[in-house]
Design a protein around this ligand. Structure first.
Ligand code: FES
Length: 310
């Protein structure tokens, strides 16, 4: 874990504040690559925040932007209650959303607070002279972070889209990006729509990269179900407000997982029988329809029991 100090707190929008974090003990901070995040310990548990890197940044600090979620579990409220000088603990940077080297032009497509990792990617590609287009969709200009510095820094490569003026037409956008690698980050609905549009436009699955900006929260109507562990026959109940991972851990198993929000693919598990209720952004529509694989950190069951290859 890293001991960090908030060197500066800046209000970005009514709901978004930026935190500039420096080493709390004077040790150099571990480096990171565009798309990386740190997990910050809050009173509601660990929360992942992407690292924001602008061309002028020096590399001896971390910058994160936190959107306060009114109906969240308190993690973002805790962060917003902290002021300059406060100490926090966080993991070293991890990256589940790497910008892959290549010669293809890149399209960055952000929704809401999902802008943050894409800023770091745009900064790196600017330094490399790599061709990219940067699209940022939000409800209206007043709730979107960093609009002015984005325009100033990335010029005509940057295009904002305001829902209150004209909603971003994802099929039309993706239709013009068929030779691109596409990086999408935002809330689940936006990612699902953007991924569908990209697939329908013929963009290769390997060129579609996503990161989800929310946790796999329970949804109203969620109900309990059972997991059968294929290797042992053990039956494990999963409560309506519990994830499969939580239920497995409560039963003494040690499932592999990382992001816990359905976008890294680490927890992917084969389904032997039963019907998954997919809540991730990892699987393609074809994989979902097959019903043979699922992300057990967020996805649930549409049947009373799932037999998993565990
Ligand atoms: S742990 Fe990342 S998709 Fe499940």
């Amino acid at each position: 874990m890293l001991d960090l100090t908030i060197a500066q707190k800046t209000v970005v929008t009514k709901r978004i504040s930026e935190f500039l974090l420096v080493s709390g003990d004077g040790e150099p901070l571990p480096s990171y690559s565009p798309g990386a995040h740190i997990d910050v310990m809050t009173t509601a548990g660990a929360r992942s925040y992407s690292l924001v890197d602008w061309p002028q940044d020096s590399g001896n600090s971390y910058r994160i932007a936190v959107q306060q979620e009114e109906n969240g579990d308190g993690g973002s409220r805790h962060m917003h209650s902290l002021d300059q000088g406060a100490a926090i603990s966080a993991t070293a940077p991890k990256n589940d959303f790497e910008l892959i080297d290549g010669t293809k032009p890149v399209a960055l497509v952000a929704g809401g607070i999902g802008i943050t990792p894409l800023i770091s990617m745009a900064t790196q590609m600017t330094a490399q002279g790599r061709e990219f287009a940067f699209h940022y969709a939000g409800r209206s200009a007043d709730v979107m972070a960093y609009l002015d510095p984005l325009r100033t820094t990335f010029g005509d490569r940057f295009t904002p889209h305001f829902d209150d003026a004209k909603t971003l037409n994802l099929p039309a956008l993706m239709g013009g990006l068929t030779n691109h690698a596409v990086y999408i980050c935002g809330p689940k609905g936006m990612i699902d729509a953007a991924r569908d549009a990209a697939e329908n436009a013929g963009i290769a699955a390997g060129d579609i990269h996503v990161e989800l900006f929310s946790t796999g929260k329970a949804e109203s109507g969620d109900r309990g179900f059972e997991i059968e562990v294929a290797s042992t026959g053990q039956i494990i109940p999963v409560a309506a407000d519990q994830t499969i991972i939580e239920a497995l851990e409560a039963a003494g198993l040690d499932p592999l997982y990382d992001c816990a929000r359905g976008d890294c693919g680490i927890c992917q598990t084969a389904v032997i029988s039963g019907t998954p209720d997919h809540r991730d952004v990892v699987l393609s529509q074809t994989e979902r329809d097959s019903g043979t694989v699922m992300q057990i950190c967020v996805s649930r069951a549409a049947s009373d029991r799932l037999v998993l290859d565990l």
